[in-house]
Design a protein around this ligand. Structure first.
Ligand code: SF4
Length: 92
């Protein structure tokens, strides 16, 4: 399993309920970077962290292929949204 942490959305708090709910410590707050960190080797794929994140910053995937497809889709959506917002604001 692999976990994507959207650091644009994540509050990266030491008291993150998602990280605290991880029974294997696969997801934890790293004080040296001040961000959540994921260790795939420890993850059991239980999905507990995803359900605990109030900001939907976490997404769990079976493998890197699924994650890559997800990231590609997110990139397209963000590009499209930015373009539409610029048009709405008369910036282009
Ligand atoms: S899926 Fe389960 S084991 Fe993996 S990081 Fe989330 S809470 Fe931890």
């Amino acid at each position: 399993m692999t976990l994507h942490i959207d650091h644009d959305v994540c509050l990266n708090e030491p008291s993150c309920p998602a990280a605290l709910s991880c029974s294997t410590q696969a997801l934890f707050f790293d004080p040296s970077t001040q961000k959540l960190f994921f260790n795939a080797d420890r993850c059991s794929g239980c999905g507990q962290c995803v359900s605990k994140c109030a900001y939907k910053a976490l997404s769990l995937f079976e493998n890197s292929t699924e994650l890559s497809a997800y990231l590609e889709n997110i990139s397209k959506v963000r590009t499209s949204f930015s373009s539409k917002l610029e048009t709405l604001l008369g910036l282009k």
